[in-house]
Design a protein around this ligand. Structure first.
Ligand SMILES: [Ca+2]
Ligand SMILES: [Ca+2]
Length: 77
């Protein structure tokens, strides 16, 4: 049983596995695939806020660019 658990964890954390965060935006590959963001890009909509910051910190849509002024105001807080 333990061997199976270790094997499953190895698969999840292995290169390209579901729980890896290759683009280092704070979101796992599985989560990014679920919400539709690019697991190979830390800023899927290219608005200068990372996918992780948009989802976890600013609660903005990581697939829609937000206007630069709003972005700057948020970042300055
Ligand atoms: Ca990403
Ligand atoms: Ca973004």
């Amino acid at each position: 049983m333990t061997d199976i658990l270790i094997l499953a964890l190895d698969l999840l954390f292995a290169e390209g596995g579901g729980l890896t965060d290759k683009d280092e935006d704070g979101l796992s590959r599985n989560f990014e695939e679920e919400i539709g963001t690019n697991p190979n890009s830390n800023d899927s909509d290219n608005d200068l806020l990372t996918d992780g910051d948009e989802v976890l910190k600013y609660k903005t849509d990581p697939l829609k660019k937000i206007r630069m002024m709003i972005c700057l105001v948020i970042m300055m807080k």
